[in-house]
Design a protein around this ligand. Structure first.
Ligand SMILES: NC(=O)c1ccc[n+]([C@@H]2O[C@H](COP(=O)([O-])OP(=O)(O)OC[C@H]3O[C@@H](n4cnc5c(N)ncnc54)[C@H](O)[C@@H]3O)[C@@H](O)[C@H]2O)c1
Length: 511
């Protein structure tokens, strides 16, 4: 394996929040890093980390954790707690790499920027999407002037995370406990905040910063989300510092888009999706189209084995490199503030119907003073621990998150998504363009035959909870989900299976 750093010095690392944090920490094992401590309030997360990192100190107590002897901390705790935990870790003398985003309110942002400056410690935001091989290649060409001036881009990070409102991303999706609570932030936050994966790559490629944002609210949500404003598409328009525009699309819909970026420059255009990358050359509208297959210039064999198309490797690498060699990383606290503030201001714009809002620059003392006491945040529709009436019966409500993880399992190949794939696939079967597609539908129908009893049982349980608390948020949400289903068809298990068998027997895709 290539030597990653030109030094044998090592960094002692602690990990705070062991879900995403535990996964990321595993990648640092190939760097000059000694993983020495982990902290999580949930026992199942601590158990997993202790197994993955034998000998590390593991605790639920953050003070005990920060008192351990290590140089740097990876913070991957709840989305809204990053500022509080960053400041605490800096005050304990640690360098900080923090998961997205850096802070939740402008006042927290000012406090984090000033804490980083005062501490003299290194701070990096763990924004990984700029570091896919495609985005790093686009950046290189852009910096060489290949695309000309930035005109307009469309960036998307659509990730339908309904299952994570009700379960933790561990061991196949453990239901949130107790079952009448939902996930502390994923269930109720506004996805406009989560803008870094779609704006971050453009900032890194062009070196421009966001200066204004406007977000017209979309008022249609998918079923299965508790809040009316959760589970929707959240587009915004961002004006960049050279006057060019980004259509920045976040949120949840019926087709995820993880790594989509189309960028128009004055000289060339690039269109990059999850599936392929094309460039259009000629500095005109109808230029030559080329399919591209870019490679990383170095360390490809290590990077490609890590998550998020290698982005997870590079974000960790740059942070460790900065500690070991002093070479600066892109995601310092100022660039981190720019991307975070663009999300916060998009939420404010959305709450005012889409007005254009300025994105402050926290490099400037004047801007910081303006927002120093601005603690405003999104007015959440409900509290994740109070979704049922206060006098609810735990014997009924205790099942809620378990039922939701049956209806919407972590991996969408099961539960209601599977039912829709099978039923809607049968509906369009005769018009499917190729045999691979027909085979996929047939496999889903076969799975539905096997798993129909489980789905029927989950629907019955869901109906029980909804009938017990019809006016509660979960009650209304469950009625909404059930109203999209043909329950007579689902509950008639043997009759429906017979119909599905008959349909299968009549379909024979070519081998
Ligand atoms: N960059 C990416 O691609 C990416 C991917 C996933 C998650 N994330 C970010 O990572 C963060 C963590 O996400 P997650 O997926 O692990 O889900 P999560 O938010 O459920 O996990 C947070 C973990 O931190 C623990 N925790 C919370 N408060 C704590 C405290 N005070 N002390 C100790 N432990 C505490 C929780 O028990 C949980 O295990 C989020 O902010 C999310 O935005 C980023």
């Amino acid at each position: 394996m290539e030597k990653l750093f030109d030094t044998d010095k090592r960094v002692k690392l602690g990990v705070w929040g062991l879900g995403r944090g535990g996964n990321l920490a595993n990648y640092t094992k190939i760097m000059n890093v000694d993983l020495v401590a982990g902290c999580d309030i949930h026992p199942h997360m601590r158990e997993k980390f202790a197994k993955d990192v034998p000998g590390a100190f593991v605790t639920a107590d953050e003070d005990e954790f920060l008192a351990q002897d290590f140089d740097a901390v990876l913070i991957a705790t709840y989305f809204k707690d990053h500022a509080k935990h960053t400041i605490k870790a800096l005050n304990a003398g640690k360098h900080v790499m923090c998961e997205v985003t850096s802070f939740y309110t402008p006042a927290e942002g000012v406090a984090v920027v000033e804490a980083v400056e005062k501490s003299g410690k290194i701070y990096n935001l763990l924004e990984n999407y700029p570091f896919t091989r495609q985005n790093m290649y686009i950046r290189k060409l852009y910096q060489e002037g290949f695309f000309g001036d930035f005109m307009y881009a469309e960036g998307s990070y659509l990730h339908e995370c309904r299952s994570l409102c009700y379960a933790y991303n561990v061991s196949g999706g453990l239901p949130v406990e107790p079952g009448w609570h939902v996930h502390s932030w994923r269930s109720c936050f506004n996805t406009l905040y989560y803008n870094t994966h779609s704006l971050g790559p453009l900032m890194h490629i062009t070196g421009l910063r966001p200066v204004q944002v406007s977000a017209i609210p979309c008022e249609v949500s998918m079923p299965g989300y508790l809040g009316e404003k959760n589970g929707r598409m959240c587009p915004s328009m961002v004006r960049m510092s050279n006057g060019g525009l980004l259509r920045n699309l976040m949120g949840a819909g019926t087709s995820d888009r993880h790594r989509e970026l189309c960028l128009w420059g004055t000289k060339a255009c690039v269109e990059n999706s999850d599936f392929e990358m094309q460039m259009r050359l000629g500095a005109c509208g109808a230029g030559m189209r080329l399919k591209m297959n870019p490679k990383w210039e170095a360390m490809a064999s290590v990077a490609e084995k890590t998550g998020h198309c290698g982005g997870d490797f590079w974000e960790l690498y740059y942070f460790i490199r900065e500690i070991l060699t002093g070479e600066k990383s892109y995601w310092d606290i100022y660039n981190a503030s720019d991307v975070t503030l663009a999300g916060i201001m998009a939420v404010r714009s959305q709450e005012k119907g889409g007005v254009l809002v300025d994105v402050p620059d926290f490099r400037s003392k004047e801007d910081r003073d303006k927002y120093r006491n601005d603690h405003g945040s999104y007015a959440e529709e409900f509290h994740p621990e109070h979704i049922f009436p206060e006098d609810h019966d735990p014997a009924i409500t205790g099942n809620f998150t378990k039922i939701m993880t049956k209806l919407y399992p972590l991996y969408s190949g099961k539960g209601l998504p599977m039912l829709h794939m099978a039923c809607d696939g049968m509906r369009v079967y005769d018009d499917i363009a190729n045999n691979d597609g027909r085979i996929l539908v047939i496999a889903k129908v076969g799975q539905l035959v096997r798993e129909l009893p489980e789905i029927a049982e989950a629907c019955r349980e869901a109906q029980k909870i909804a009938d017990a608390y019809p006016d509660s948020l979960p009650g209304k949400m469950l009625y909404g989900v059930l109203s999209t289903l043909d329950l007579d068809w689902i509950f008639d298990i043997e009759g429906t299976r017979a119909k599905l068998y008959k349909w299968l027997a009549e379909r024979k895709p070519e081998a």
